[in-house]
Design a protein around this ligand. Structure first.
Ligand SMILES: O=P(O)(O)OC[C@H]1O[C@H](O[C@H]2O[C@H](CO)[C@@H](O)[C@H](O)[C@H]2O)[C@H](O)[C@@H](O)[C@@H]1O
Length: 261
């Protein structure tokens, strides 16, 4: 089985809020659900938000476009939710990446997705509350509205990962099977080889297990991670309580941060 389970660092479970003064040439890598947007009952309940759009526009100005959104969602979904305000985006956990210049780099869908689509789709059909999401390069089965199905969903996803070679990505009340070949960490690494991110210090904000790859990459590349939401063993260095605290902190950065170009 190919499973994307991060190596977590328990010593960072008790974390303080991140500083306001960031390293010179900092770059921000922002997760969406649970970080920039509160978790909602269904994925479609998350839509454009004026405060979020305003904060991101100011951040882009302040950090000279060294701002990327790195999410598990699809690119069209992200463009809709972010009101088209972010050029640099890694979507579907890094499997699709749009550079700051607008070029899109996308992996080929794995052949095993056919089986995963059929089996998880059938499971969703027979249980009210389960929600099947097809993102082309990955498929996900959400059980937030059918929590008693968690075990059955995870078991089915584990079996599929084993039989197909797809990567199992467990998330917030969701089991996902994705094409291998990229993750949020590799997306951060790739952005840092391109303008305007070259030479920047990466700061990664996220809440979910998939964000651990981003935290690890940020640490490795001289920056740090900020865990949003419930504290847990993590590779992040700092902690914020949730999306409201994240937006407050980001707003402070645009007002006070000593950012050097
Ligand atoms: O990497 P992220 O930006 O955090 O995206 C992770 C997944 O987010 C979405 O699902 C999650 O958020 C939904 C809305 O709050 C919630 O209903 C669901 O239970 C969560 O798992 C999205 O649907 C997935 O495709 C993303 O992978």
């Amino acid at each position: 089985m190919t499973a994307a389970q991060p190596v977590v660092r328990t010593e960072f479970a008790d974390l303080s809020p991140p500083p306001i003064n960031l390293p010179p040439r900092a770059a921000l890598f922002l997760d969406l659900d649970g970080t920039l947007a509160p978790i909602m009952p269904r994925p479609d309940d998350v839509g454009p938000n004026p405060r979020r759009a305003r904060v991101i526009a100011r951040l882009r100005q302040r950090f000279e476009d060294r701002v990327a959104v790195v999410s598990g969602r699809s690119l069209p979904d992200l463009d809709h939710i972010l009101s088209g305000g972010v050029p640099a985006i890694a979507a579907i956990h890094g499997l699709v990446r749009r550079t700051a210049g607008g070029g899109v780099v996308e992996l080929e869908p794995h052949a095993g997705l056919e089986d995963a689509r059929r089996i998880l789709g059938e499971l969703a059909d027979c249980e009210r509350g389960l929600l099947f999401e097809d993102k082309t390069l990955s498929v996900a089965l959400h059980y937030r509205n059918a929590p008693s199905c968690a075990e059955a969903v995870i078991e089915a996803a584990e079996r599929l990962a084993q039989s197909t070679g797809l990567v199992l990505q467990l998330g917030d009340m969701v089991a996902e099977l994705r094409t291998p070949g990229a993750d949020k960490g590799s997306a951060v690494t790739a952005f840092l080889t391109e303008a305007p991110f070259v030479g920047a210090t990466p700061i990664f904000l996220g809440d979910d297990l998939t964000d651990e790859d981003g935290f690890a990459a940020a640490r490795r590349l001289g920056g740090f991670g900020v865990l949003a939401g419930k504290p847990r063993p993590t590779q992040a260095h700092f902690h914020l309580e949730g999306p409201d605290a994240v937006l407050d902190w980001l707003e402070h950065l645009t007002e006070n941060a000593e950012v050097h170009a």
